[in-house]
Write a protein that binds this ligand. Structure first.
Ligand code: SAM
Length: 252
């Protein structure tokens, strides 16, 4: 990481805290968006590739029948689309992006891997343009931290995926403590169950931080999810959408 960018990253981004407002965060990324990919090039930022590989391995194990190209993923805090790009290389073609920075989303658009781009914040509130239970999976790389996607947003993240769907995110070692109680509470109350927990890199080079990747399965029957995915690949779009909604209705 060159010194100017490293300084930016450490002096400004890391000064954001749980007290920072949404506008504070948006302002930082508006300035960073154009240089984000350059400053995060490997080996400096080594998260999206192992993240995508472990996501793919787990999805393939949990849902051996599904067609990856139809598997509907919402990439939360997608930024410039580095994770979307890695997922796309592995065969995922039905990915939408959500981010609260329009500037970061504009960069993501140029990657041509997202179908829909939604500019909104992931909080504890339902997002207007996203239906609950709409997605087979939700991903969030390097944004689950107390200044970005806060512990209070985790429950809404679960609601975005359908029963049996997966929620996949990483948390830096220095932030894990702030989330542990929430993650455990949601397991104890039967909202989700842990499918994978594994150490992956976060930011390398001068910042030798690590993170933990978590993959949770939302409680509920996954059969509807696999069936809907199969139908989507064989039936016309409108009929598949109707049947998908019907399966979701039955599962709930
Ligand atoms: C460090 S970047 C990570 C981007 C991308 N996931 C990656 O791995 O390169 C963090 C991104 O999260 C977005 N962000 C932060 N808090 C957010 C929130 N609560 N809801 C939606 N986006 C958020 C920022 O705008 C920024 O684009």
């Amino acid at each position: 990481m060159d010194d100017k960018i490293f300084k930016y990253y450490q002096d400004r981004l890391w000064l954001l805290t749980s007290e920072s407002s949404t506008d504070d965060v948006i302002r930082e990324y508006a300035e960073w968006a154009e240089n984000y990919d350059k400053s995060m090039q490997e080996p400096n930022y080594n998260t999206p590739r192992p993240f995508a590989k472990l996501f793919d391995a787990t999805v393939s194990k949990l849902f051996p029948e599904i067609q990856k190209k139809n598997f509907k993923v919402l990439d939360v805090a997608a930024g410039t689309g580095l994770l979307g790009l890695e997922l796309n290389k592995l065969g995922y073609e039905n990915i939408d992006a959500l981010d609260m920075s329009q500037e970061m989303l504009s960069q993501a658009r140029t990657k041509n891997v997202y179908k829909k781009l939604v500019c909104a914040a992931m909080t504890d509130q339902q997002i207007t343009d996203i239906d609950r239970g709409e997605y087979d999976a939700l991903t969030c790389s390097s944004a689950v931290c107390t200044s970005h996607v806060r512990p209070s947003a985790v429950e809404e993240m679960i609601k975005i995926v359908k029963p049996g769907g997966v929620v996949c995110f990483n948390i830096s070692f220095v932030e894990v403590n702030s989330y542990e109680d929430k993650l455990k509470e949601l397991e104890d109350t039967g909202e989700w169950r842990l499918a994978l927990k594994e150490k992956i890199p976060f930011v390398r080079d001068k910042l030798t931080e690590e993170s933990i990747l978590y993959i949770y399965e939302r409680e509920g029957k996954a059969t509807d999810l696999q069936a809907a995915s199969f139908l989507e690949s064989t039936l016309t779009c409108d009929l598949a959408i109707f049947l998908r909604s019907y399966y979701f209705y039955l599962a709930n």
